[in-house]
Design a protein around this ligand. Structure first.
Ligand code: AKG
Ligand code: FE2
Length: 370
């Protein structure tokens, strides 16, 4: 039986030593007795979510089993993209490359490509930018492991508690890697290299994508239910934020404004900023947010730690997401299980085909944002 421990709903959510409210310790969805001294509250996850606009679930995923494969895939992807960008051997251009750790290699990739690697890594966001360019034939940034994370049964269980068992995944997954100043030095070094004639194939070089700071630095207040074509049914978006590394108060924590989802589309209520709640996050935890919840993230103030998170969106099946030109799929359906997409390779191929098509023909909504 599922056991859920509700942390005290403290008057001041920050009373809880950095553990926010509403915070649900869900060390396992299917087992584990409550370990906290507080009695389980009588309010359901769904009620809590509807009221506050967010929910923190602890220990939903297993770092080794669920997160390590995707971390390994992205580590290789970064190397492959550096290789893709460079005309010659990596070691000739960047002799110490093999000694760099993941955030330094990632910073090198960002610097070499002057940020435009985000066009490739995160097309759902950057496809809107004026400077967006498709990276032709580059190693896929929609790998099978990302599909596995998006359709992870435990994440879907959590989403199901909120929107029911007919769940579709709109094409809105994002990657955010928040680097420390020391990593950015590697990015600057690589950016200087990128000016050397003949060093790069320059697959996507151009002005940095408009959203680069959003993905690498502090993220300003925003909501995720951003309109697409305007045909969305809306109002039921769930964003699931998945930290791959620790997000501590110093290391780019997510910050939410509780209950701000209740106000519909509106400007950020500056006068309520002091009610913001800083969320810590460990690998394995997930944070669910309502589409209209205002959230942001603080910058990375550490010496050399980095914070990496994915976030993805979920909608009840049948709701429009305003982005018919990118692949949407049914992740869970109790009514029609045969509709579920189960093949990660097919998902990757859908993305390749959609992005190639857009590149060749049109960008229905792009080039509208600076
Ligand atoms: O990971 C973060 O800092 C937040 C990112 C975010 O809010 C988004 O991608 O919509
Ligand atoms: Fe967001």
């Amino acid at each position: 039986m599922q056991r859920i421990i509700h942390q005290n709903l403290a008057k001041n959510p920050r009373d809880l030593n950095g553990v926010c409210s509403p915070c649900v310790l869900m060390s396992n969805f299917t087992h584990n007795e409550p370990t906290a001294t507080q009695p389980p509250a009588m309010v359901s996850n769904r009620d809590l979510f509807l009221r506050e606009g967010y929910l923190v679930l602890r220990g939903v995923l297993d770092s080794d089993r669920d997160l390590a494969p995707i971390a390994a895939t992205y580590s290789k992807l970064v190397d492959d993209l550096v290789e893709y960008a460079l005309v010659g051997e990596i070691s000739a251009a960047i002799p110490d490359y093999s000694t760099l750790n993941f955030p330094e290699r990632f910073a090198t990739l960002v610097g070499l490509t002057r940020g435009s690697v985000f066009d490739h890594l995160d097309p759902p966001l950057n496809v809107y930018g004026k400077g967006y360019r498709r990276w032709p034939n580059a190693p896929s940034a929609q790998p099978a492991e990302l599909f596995d994370l998006i359709s992870h049964p435990r994440i879907l269980d959590a989403v199901e508690q909120l929107i029911g068992p007919e769940i579709c995944v709109p094409p809105l997954q994002h990657i955010n890697i928040k680097l420390a100043a020391s990593h950015m030095q590697k990015a600057q070094r690589a950016e200087r290299l990128s000016c050397r004639p003949g060093l790069l194939h320059a697959p996507g070089l151009g002005p940095p994508p408009f959203i680069q700071a959003f993905q690498m630095n502090r993220t300003p207040w925003h909501i995720d239910e951003y309109p697409g074509l305007g045909d969305e049914s809306g109002h039921h978006y769930i964003n699931v934020w998945v930290p791959m590394t620790q997000a501590s108060p110093e290391c780019a924590p997510l910050v939410v404004l509780p209950r701000s989802h209740l106000n519909g589309f509106c400007d950020f209520p500056v006068e309520r900023e002091n009610e913001a709640v800083v969320l810590d996050g460990q690998p394995g935890d997930i944070v669910l947010m309502a589409g209209k919840l205002f959230h942001s993230s603080k910058g990375n103030r550490t010496e050399n730690s980095f914070r990496w998170a994915f976030n993805m969106r979920y909608l009840p099946v049948g709701y429009l997401c305003g982005r018919p030109y990118l692949p949407c799929f049914v992740a869970r359906s109790r009514k029609s299980p045969e509709d579920q997409l189960r093949d990660p390779k097919l998902w990757s191929n859908y993305w390749d085909a959609a992005l190639d098509y857009l590149d060749r023909y049109l960008y229905p909504l792009t080039h509208v944002l600076e």
